[in-house]
Design a protein around this ligand. Structure first.
Ligand code: NAP
Ligand code: MG
Length: 489
């Protein structure tokens, strides 16, 4: 596959300029569908990070950004949304080359959604307001809502552009400046977002992009006293480390972490709809979805029928070049991830789960090049098994049977995580009772994996804290200040 046609070498965006790393270092980004090198990207080191933090601080405190009316910020955000849509073919190609997600998913779903997020927050910029209080007879009191300051966004590889937009759009609406550290596997679309920001009229230093390793570039951002807030999406392990390391400078931190979300199908559900929902719930984006419905809880009465239909669907899924129209599933992100996923498959078999579909590398695809894993369905999974407890972050589903409502609640909540859940039933009361009983930040009833810029998203328990999207996301990019004015007597 010729992969460099849509993208040249990537550079760092610091202070409105494209630069090489001061160390001169760069790294390769590869296409997981054929293992070819897409391009080279400058690798930010500690000194680049420090320069970017300085530029972000200057842009916040002495640049035009801090004096810009909210409506002007809103116009720039709206324009960024328009530019995303105008550049959809090239942007979605870059995203697909870097991640292995299908061109359909990047071009028809995720990038348009990112555009809608910029345009949602474009409108929100002018709606930020404090309060005036009448409670004190001899004082005039009011609150101001001010940008939290310099933000560092640390982003994973599963939805590089979309999850970056979840952080950049509300941060800019709130008047912050932001430094994006994309995942090492997928730096390219964040660079494109930097380009779009400059074209839309962001002043220098307001949005900066620093590709580089998490352990150095990422950690330097986390420790740098010039960064006021970290917005992190990624693994729970790294989330814990970020929380520990940011304690030194008492940064504001929001964490969107892993999940092991239950997709709960009751015996009275529309089985065909549930099969489709269970399939998309786990296999969208090859299972590399934080909110993936990776535990399918099925009521015993419909279990056999559901598993049979689901296995059939999984077995007939077409894997291939993510740029082809006929392809329904692309490769997982890397060799390491593929090996990890296949390792979980082995563990599942060893611990006694029954393989109902998949369970192997699809080495018939692309002559064995690329990291293709067949969509895998395990049946007869016990809640104690490793595949029922640990986040696999790949196309592997663990099916667990249950008997009745209480058993479903117990099994659904038997996890350290709490990001999302699905419920399938024709009984409205039961659906709402389950929505209340399950400990998760999002509950989908008779659907799965839907997102809206206006609806907050985030975790309970070890899935993190803070909310992204919605007006709620703005709270974590703002400080509230109370002002007292003495009115005399
Ligand atoms: P990850 O290893 O946690 O990496 C996420 C980001 O953090 C990457 O940019 C990474 O940089 C950086 N990073 C790694 N170590 C760091 C450190 N010590 N200090 C600062 N930054 C560091 O996660 P991943 O493997 O990329 O993504 C998969 C995981 O993310 C899954 O567990 C999934 O559940 C979770 N996830 C959660 C959500 C959500 O919304 N809750 C969404 C997507 C993914 P490098 O790429 O250079 O390592
Ligand atoms: Mg890549």
């Amino acid at each position: 596959m010729a992969t460099t046609e849509s993208t040249g070498p990537g550079r760092l965006l610091i202070g409105g300029e494209w630069r090489d790393a001061l160390s001169g270092k760069s790294f390769e980004t590869t296409n997981p569908a054929d293992e070819s090198v897409v391009t080279h990207v400058a690798e930010a080191g500690e000194e680049d990070v420090n320069l970017a933090v300085q530029a972000a601080r200057e842009a916040l405190e002495s640049g035009p950004w801090g004096r810009m009316p909210a409506a002007e910020r809103g116009k720039i955000l709206w324009r960024m949304g328009e530019l995303i849509l105008e550049n959809l073919p090239s942007l979605s190609m870059v995203e697909t080359l870097d991640t292995g997600k299908t061109l359909f998913d990047s071009g028809k779903i995720e990038l348009p959604m990112a555009a809608s997020i910029f345009q949602f927050y474009a409108g929100a910029a002018t709606k930020l307001a404090g309060r005036t209080l009448n409670s004190h007879p001899s004082a005039f009191t009011y609150t101001l809502r001010e940008p939290v300051g310099v933000v560092a966004a640390i982003v994973p590889w599963n939805f590089p552009f979309l999850l970056t937009s979840w952080k950049v759009a509300p941060a800019l609406a709130a008047g912050c400046t932001i430094i994006v550290k994309p995942a090492s596997q997928t730096p390219l679309s964040a660079i494109e977002m930097g380009r779009i920001g400059l074209e839309a009229g962001l002043p220098p230093g307001v949005l900066q992009v620093l590709p580089g390793p998490g352990s150095s570039a990422g950690m330097t951002l986390v420790r740098n006293p010039g960064v006021d807030k970290i917005a992190f999406t990624g693994s729970t392990v790294v989330g814990r480390e970020i929380l520990r390391e940011s304690a030194g400078t008492l940064k504001r931190v929001t964490l969107e972490l892993g999940g092991k979300s239950p997709n709960i199908v009751f015996g009275d559900a529309d089985v065909d709809a549930a099969v489709k929902g269970a399939f998309n719930g786990i296999f969208y984006n090859k299972g590399e979805v934080c909110a993936a419905g990776s535990r399918l809880l099925v009521e015993r009465s419909i279990h056999a029928e559901l598993i049979e239909k689901l296995a059939e669907r999984a077995e007939s899924t077409v894997l291939g070049d993510p740029r082809e129209k006929s392809t329904r599933m692309g490769p997982v992100i890397s060799r390491q991830q593929m090996e990890s996923v296949l390792g979980y498959v082995e563990t599942g078999k060893k611990e006694g789960a029954r393989l109902a579909a998949g369970g192997r590398r699809a080495d018939e695809v692309n002559d064995g090049k690329g990291y293709f894993v067949r969509p895998t369905v395990f049946d007869g999974v016990d809640p104690e098994m490793t595949i029922a407890r640990e986040e696999i972050f790949g196309p592997v589903l663990a099916t667990i049977e249950f008997d009745g409502f209480e058993d479903a609640v117990t099994k659904a909540n038997a996890t350290i995580y709490g990001l999302a859940a699905g419920v399938w039933t024709r009984d409205v009361s039961k659906a709402h009772r389950m929505a209340k009983a399950v400990k998760a930040g999002t509950v989908w009833i008779n659907t799965y994996n839907l997102y809206d810029p206006g609806l907050p998203f985030g975790g309970f328990k070890a899935s993190g804290f803070g909310r992204e999207l919605g007006l709620e996301a703005l709270d974590s990019y703002l400080e509230t200040k109370s002002v007292w004015l003495n009115l005399g007597r």
